[in-house]
Design a protein around this ligand. Structure first.
Ligand SMILES: NC(=O)C1=CN([C@@H]2O[C@H](COP(=O)(O)OP(=O)(O)OC[C@H]3O[C@@H](n4cnc5c(N)ncnc54)[C@H](O)[C@@H]3O)[C@@H](O)[C@H]2O)[C@@H](O)CC1
Ligand SMILES: [K+]
Length: 529
């Protein structure tokens, strides 16, 4: 599903109106009818119910006024509070304001403290509040009477449906502009906006309903939108067929170089995740002193001892063996638990210059690369990096707060500057392609913020690349499957106590569910597993 920015949405609306001659008031009416449909489905309003509509001066307010009219005509007790002077309302919103007035829909103005007190009285016995104060036209921080009204609604803990986006949430990046409505449901038009999917906006949005309003087909593509998210169906549709006649080689070979003393778990999780995501063969390169431990811990993964001079940490002399290990592989996952010694940096530096298979670079691998990010551009094959905000901070020289505030901008810029696929982990993980595409991942939960979770993700992505997925698709699907497995793990164990091993164990089940979904959609295919 395509995800747009407010400015792309403005272009989409403009194009529908100017190039296709669909009047703006028609789009507004379609939008309002869809909001009414969702409200009826979720709340099944009766005549005795009381609805308060909060309308701003723009088209978002216009939508709210049109919804108020429809609810009024159904006989429901509705009251509109307009947060604007009447003269300030123009265009399509004005048309709807005039209709509301002529129909006699109860209408009050909120201009000062005493009006806010009146609103508070009305909110005491309300069934539902419709928030149509600001939409995608929000252009500055919310202050004054607007902030007071929003905070009042949040304080009263009444059920809120937001029109298009919770008022106060920035549609471009999910930032709260001073204060914002906490909605239980949000009905948005045509396409989800980035602000619905990025935190904190995602939390304020509640359940998101994306409804059609009669826009011309492929509107988002026509204005060059490059954001997207995946529903379960869409993610399942990305899965590659697993040929019945396939053998180990068909499903690819993964080399994992990981681990050091005290960090053998990272190596195990990454290597096993590659197998669990469907790769045919996985070989783990591991410092020699740790080989016996790994041989014991792992059954299906092959191991390859690498020179460590008894230190439990990779030494420069390991390079030839690493190059040999990689010779037969389709992809190299390198980094988890490798440690911070200079020798590891030397190995990494030499590998990047000498091989051309895809590389998934994570954890300590990324910390080493921060010393010289030009190495990323030197690699002849595709590179996927999977930093968390701390690692992204080291890579870019920014601080963590800057990364968390603008994850998409930072990841996108880094991807474009270095030519690598950047998967930036977060509550909403984003994946950026150097060509500008951005994926917003919505699976997963905060129980996944647990040691080793990222190692599992690295393994899954490598496993997908080995099976022939394009590196960007592997990262996108990897983020989806990792989060999906995390959700299954949380169902089984709860978010507090789940550990990375639970996520790993749930990966095959997540994949099975997705393959089954795919099979349901195309019954004729023969790859149900
Ligand atoms: N044809 C269209 O363009 C359609 C637009 N639709 C609705 O229109 C909305 C966008 O409408 P608009 O562009 O009119 O914008 P909004 O209705 O979101 O609000 C913009 C108005 O609020 C003011 N404003 C912005 N930030 C403010 C702040 N912090 N404090 C006080 N005032 C502030 C602006 O100056 C402007 O007057 C969408 O969210 C959607 O709900 C829908 O009706 C569908 C069709
Ligand atoms: K709104």
């Amino acid at each position: 599903m395509v995800v747009v920015t407010p400015s792309e949405m403005r272009k989409i609306d403009q194009r529908a109106i100017e190039q296709f001659g669909i009047p703006g008031i028609v789009l507004m009416e379609n939008a309002a009818l869809k909001v009414v449909e969702v409200i009826e489905k979720v709340y099944s309003l009766k005549e005795r119910d009381r609805v308060v509509v909060l309308a701003g001066m723009g088209n978002n307010g216009g939508d709210g006024l049109a919804v108020a009219r429809h609810i009024f005509l159904k006989g429901v007790n509705v009251k509109v509070f307009l947060l604007a002077r009447e003269e300030a309302v123009s265009g399509d919103a004005r048309v709807n304001l005039d209709i509301v007035k002529k129909l006699g829909v109860p209408l009050s103005f909120v201009r000062d403290e005493s009006d806010v007190a009146k609103l508070e009285g009305s909110l005491k016995s309300v069934t539902l509040v419709l928030d149509a104060i600001f939409g995608t036209g929000l252009s500055r921080p919310v202050e004054g009477i607007f902030a007071e009204v929003i905070q009042l609604v949040n304080r009263m803990l009444v059920p809120v449906v937001s029109v298009d986006i919770p008022s106060g949430v920035n549609g471009a990046d999910g930032r709260v502009m001073g204060t914002a409505i906490k909605a239980m449901n949000t009905v948005t038009f045509g396409y989800p906006k980035r602000g619905h999917l990025l935190y904190p906006g995602r939390k304020y949005t509640g359940k998101l309903h994306v409804v059609p309003i009669g826009l011309p087909p492929d509107s988002a593509q026509a204005v060059g939108a490059q954001g997207f998210t995946l529903s379960e169906d869409e993610a399942a549709a990305m899965l590659r067929e697993r040929p019945a006649e396939g053998h180990k080689g068909t499903f690819g070979r993964v080399a994992v170089v990981a681990g050091s003393t005290g960090m053998t778990g990272a190596a195990c999780l990454a290597a096993m995740a590659a197998l669990r995501s469907g790769a045919g063969l996985v070989t783990l390169g591991i410092p020699t002193s740790l080989n016996d431990i790994l041989e014991n811990k792992l059954t299906e993964v092959m191991t390859r001892p690498l020179e460590d001079h008894g230190t439990g940490c990779l030494q420069e002399e390991a390079l030839d063996d690493v190059l040999d290990l990689v010779r037969d592989a389709d992809v190299l996952a390198i980094g988890p638990g490798l440690g911070k010694s200079g020798a590891v940096f030397e190995v990494l530096r030499n590998i990047l210059g000498r091989i051309d298979i895809s590389i998934v670079l994570d954890a300590d691998g990324l910390n080493h690369i921060s010393r010289d990010i030009s190495l990323l551009s030197k690699h002849a094959g595709p590179v996927v990096i999977t930093p968390h905000p701390g690692e992204m901070a080291r890579l870019t020289g920014l601080n963590v707060a800057q990364i968390v505030e603008s994850p998409v901008e930072v990841a996108q810029r880094f991807s474009q500057e270095t030519g690598v696929v950047v998967l930036l982990k977060g509550a909403t993980t984003v994946v950026c392609h150097p060509d500008g595409r951005v994926y917003f991942n919505t699976t997963g939960n905060s129980g996944m913020a647990t040691a080793g979770s990222g190692d599992v993700l690295t393994g899954i992505i490598a496993g997908f690349i080995a099976q022939g997925y394009e590196p960007f698709d592997a990262a996108v699907l990897g983020a989806f499957v990792h989060g999906y497995a995390g959700d299954l793990a949380a169902d089984a164990h709860g978010q507090a106590g789940m550990v990375a091993g639970d996520i790993l164990e749930a990966v095959p089940l997540a994949l099975k569910k997705m393959y089954n979904l795919l099979a349901e959609h195309c019954k004729s295919w023969s790859h149900r597993i």
